[in-house]
Design a protein. Sequence first.
Length: 539
Amino acid sequence: MIKQTLFSIPLLALAMAQDVSLIPYPRDVYFQNGSFVFSAETSIRYDSRLKNESTLLAAELKRLTGSETRSASEEMKIFFHSEVTLDLDESSTLKPGSYTMTVTPEGVKILGKDPAGVFWGTQTLLQLLPAKTPMETKTADIPALVIKDEPEYGWRGMLLDCGRHFFPLEDLKKFIDQMAFHKLNVLHWHLTEDQGWRIEIKKYPKLTSVGAYRDSTPPYGKRLGDDGKRYGGFYTQDQVKDLVAYAAARHITIVPEIEMPGHAAAAIAAYPELGNTDIPGYAPKVMTRWGVHPYIFAPKEETFTFLENVLTEVCDLFPSTYIHIGGDEAPKDQWKASPFAQQVMKAEGLKDENELQSYFIRRIEKFLASKNRSLVGWDEIQEGGLPKTATMMVWRDVNWAHHALDKGNNVVMAPNAFAYLDHYQHPEAKELAKGAEFEAIGGFLTVDTLYNYDPAAIARNPEEKKRILGVQAQLWTEYMKDWKKVEYMAFPRIAALAEIAWVPAERKIYGSFRKRLEGVMSFYDARGINRAVPDNAVK
Ligand code: ACM
């Protein structure tokens, strides 16, 4: 049910009439008579605590109008003919990240509960302005309105896998800009994989000199093939700091993921002593095929020291409270075959290898807690008992969430059936008819399937709903060799993600979203994004 406005007119129906292409759609929109005329003369007045938000908005407006946007803090009593005001209202009882925006013929005022709220408000304003830069007309009318907006979830995430393929920092920044445009606020940065370790760790230089490079990669269309080309790359710590700061300015938290105990072949190839050296045929290498691989860390003190040292550098680089330690797809064959691993199980009273994995994760959780950080892991981390403070990221059956919710833990919903953007968005045959480079891992996820997913559907009561921190889509990049392909898989499905993360499920209307998507896609096009064309027509 759509809540009735002050004027008892259904919001979304009005939105469609007024033709504003906002995604995510704000909580409440009250249209009024008249409009504000935006022009190159429009300047920004800001509370001095909002200099960052003002600077970012000014840069966007300059791109739009082609001329410098003037700005001044409130203390400087400068007169502007036409202005956007950025201010804070800390007494607001709405959630963090909320804001109100008032557009009258006299000007635009964005009032945030916090700087993040102001920033999300500026993104709404940008979506109300023309897509094409520089603006083709000298002025643009923004309808007079009042928006009261607040996010449904605090975790509005996107995973980007830089392990399978490596992408330049500039592409990542461009992606962060687009996440911000849609009010997404968590970039889950998947940095280590069997096929490549991508983050410089000063104490262990071989992680990158050895672990960041593989000898070959399967070409598109040949999953068991080899292109025979050395491939790799990594982010230096200076680059990581640069990206973290770039994201933070846009109120996006980067949550780093360092995989353990599985998906660790590249790390073990760099430091073979960290693996299960006592098994027959032990010969780790950076993997050249996709899939799940047997090389997993050995439960040795030496391994824990290594992982703690790595995580110490990671915590120094990433201010995020949450640190993701992977935990998925760790085959237990090597632990079964390793006399040493079996000895650890016996000494620690662990009844099987799943309990050994939990022992492993618990030790890491304790270490992260000593640094005031919180562990996040894929849903396998509960298989041998879930650590008390861990957040579980659900990627398999959504019902796995109940295991965590039953124990009082928090969850983030990232299910492969609804939120994996490495799946086909059009029927496979149709994609492959365009060329082998359109190959995807499999699966089928249309814009409307993602849109219709409700992250809170597994909650059995309001208390459980509160422990669903949010929702995240995944860009696993086995079949995304370059940035153009990443964009093709991400856009426009990212818009559906943004709306389910921001808008309460009971307010979503697919027909309205699909119509607004047309307008939003014109922004993607103006920004040169290699988006897909969604199959489903506007109804
Ligand atoms: C995953 O897709 N293995 C989390």
